[in-house]
Design a binder for this molecule. Structure first.
Ligand code: AMP
Ligand code: MG
Length: 495
């Protein structure tokens, strides 16, 4: 007989915003079993391996039993989907267990994604398929390890339940975790339904819980909007730096805390193609990689309108005007690290632009090209170390060799102005140029194995991706660029 898992629930959200959610009970998955747990997230919640083995943890994360002290609920929200306002959306297949207090008193909201229908499921079945659940589970923890703000994942449960999509697939549940899952769409819901009291309560709640510093300012709502603008600008800048394409940047998928959330058809860039579209349903490329910065601002505009009862047009404009400078600052600061420069000079923007142009022209792997800058040495006698970079960049396609030779000469000259020697620079640079990312083809291999009941690739990937900047020479093959089939995988929204 298992003990009862002890979680310290405090369920703030349902207490303070009762009108925003409805009580729901998860519908147990048929034939479910635990696939894996994130050790890092487990520790954040103050839990140990014993808690998994000796308590009813497995039943809780499969939605079979409700955790003691939890307040199971689903929330309503609205949102702009592909530019069109949809007045009612909500947690259609994510059931919150409530909020628990983890390590250092941090409050976490735990959601079972794929645990059955809720009042907001519309025509959906409230389920998530194993394929997309593996992607969300691995991506959440991999993004966190890269230093990109994101919702997290605690566990992955698989099952025998048939779920009907384009094909019949098996159902799964990811327990995802965040300090808050509040979206731009929550503000949009109350504002566009003319529910001022509720909108005020939501804003007050966010100020108290998530933006206490703003609460102390002269104009708390302005400070909160400015903070959300900053969070979003920093988030999107990090996506651009690491080559992450979200795929469905609807306002209902935008977090007020600036977390990456609602993983769907996302992808990391393989070849550097700025116009890359990862979502096969996105026919116009609204959410293409290079559109993300402007869509971030578009989404903030949709959010900012909901602040119009509290702020003047000028104040809103002023808050939004901070997006671009914060975005550029964050982007360039990270690019400076990736290029291994101890200072940023005005001319470095050109150096960066030429580098990106070479990557685009040669159609080479974005992540690996940056990582291989760690083979460039100042000392002439070590010059042959650049060989792997040449192999990657000019490869069999044997395009314009000279351009790269010229750029490398410029780059080496520039490195001479650094305050660091090669070793110092490379050590620092390696902390910003990932060696391992969750490439679509790697996720796909793990999915295909898992569909046969073999979870070893999920385990391997989560271990490797927990240290994306470490050399891990024994796992070198996981840093290989995508094979051609992996670059054209079609990932749809139907997950
Ligand atoms: P997403 O594209 O995952 O952000 O989902 C958009 C909206 O559709 C959200 O309100 C989801 O809760 C809802 N939704 C997506 N898939 C399902 C499903 N299988 N069952 C119920 N609701 C769903
Ligand atoms: Mg969503």
């Amino acid at each position: 007989m298992h003990k009862v898992l002890s979680l310290k629930f405090d369920n703030h959200l349902v207490k303070h915003l009762p009108f925003q959610s409805q009580k729901v009970a998860p519908v147990p998955l048929i034939g479910s079993h635990l696939v894996t747990v994130s050790p890092a997230m487990l520790a954040e919640l103050g839990l140990t391996k014993d808690d998994i083995n000796q308590t009813n943890f497995n039943d809780i994360v499969a939605g079979k039993v409700q955790a003691e002290g939890g307040a199971y609920h689903a929330q309503v929200y609205a949102g702009h989907q592909f530019g069109q306002f949809v007045s009612q959306l909500g947690d259609g297949r994510a059931i919150s267990m409530g909020e628990v207090i983890g390590k250092n008193g941090q409050r976490w909201d735990l959601q079972l994604k794929g645990a059955g229908i809720t009042p907001y499921s519309r025509m959906g079945d409230g389920r998530a398929v194993l394929r997309s659940s593996i992607r969300e589970y691995l991506a959440s923890e991999a993004m966190h390890a890269l230093g990109i703000p994101t919702t997290r994942a605690l566990s992955l449960v698989a099952s025998d339940l048939d779920v009907h999509r384009e094909q019949i697939e098996k159902g799964a549940v990811v327990t995802r975790v965040a300090q808050s899952f509040i979206r731009f769409g929550h503000f949009e819901y109350w504002f566009h339904h003319g529910k001022k009291a509720e909108l005020n309560q939501l804003a007050d709640y966010c100020l108290t819980e998530y933006f206490p510093v703003c609460r102390e300012t002269e104009n708390p709502h302005l400070a909160m909007l400015e903070t959300i603008v900053k969070n979003t600008a920093e988030l999107v800048a990090k996506w651009q730096v690491y080559g992450f394409t979200h795929g469905v940047m609807n306002t209902d998928n935008m977090s007020i805390l600036g977390l990456t959330m609602d993983y769907g058809p996302f992808a990391f860039l393989d070849d550097y193609q700025p116009g890359f579209i990862c979502n096969q349903s996105d026919h116009t490329g609204r959410y293409a990689f290079d559109q993300q910065p402007s869509i971030g601002l578009w989404n903030l505009n949709a959010l900012a309108i909901t602040f119009s009862d509290w702020l003047s047009t000028d104040e809103i404009r002023e808050a939004l005007s901070q997006y671009e400078p914060v975005f550029i600052k964050t982007y360039l600061e990270l690019m400076q690290q990736k290029l291994g420069l101890s200072r940023w000079l005005e001319t470095d923007q050109k150096l960066l632009g030429e580098w990106l142009a070479i990557l685009q022209k040669q159609g080479v792997d974005y992540t690996n090209a940056f990582r291989l800058l760690n083979t460039v040495y100042l000392a002439d006698e070590r010059n042959e170390q650049c060989q792997p970079l040449f192999v990657l960049l000019v490869s069999d396609k044997a395009k314009d060799h000279q351009q790269l030779v010229n750029w490398l000469a410029k780059y080496r000259l520039r490195l001479q102005q650094n305050d660091w020697d090669d070793e110092e620079r490379i050590a620092l640079q390696n902390q910003y140029n990932a060696k391992y990312i969750l490439r679509n083809y790697l996720a796909q291999q793990a999915i295909e194995r898992a569909e046969q009941g073999d979870y070893s690739e999920i385990e391997a990937l989560q271990n490797i991706l927990a240290n994306p900047f470490a050399e891990q020479p024994q796992w070198h093959k996981y840093a290989s660029p995508s094979p051609e089939w992996g670059k054209t995988l079609e990932i749809s929204c139907s997950s």
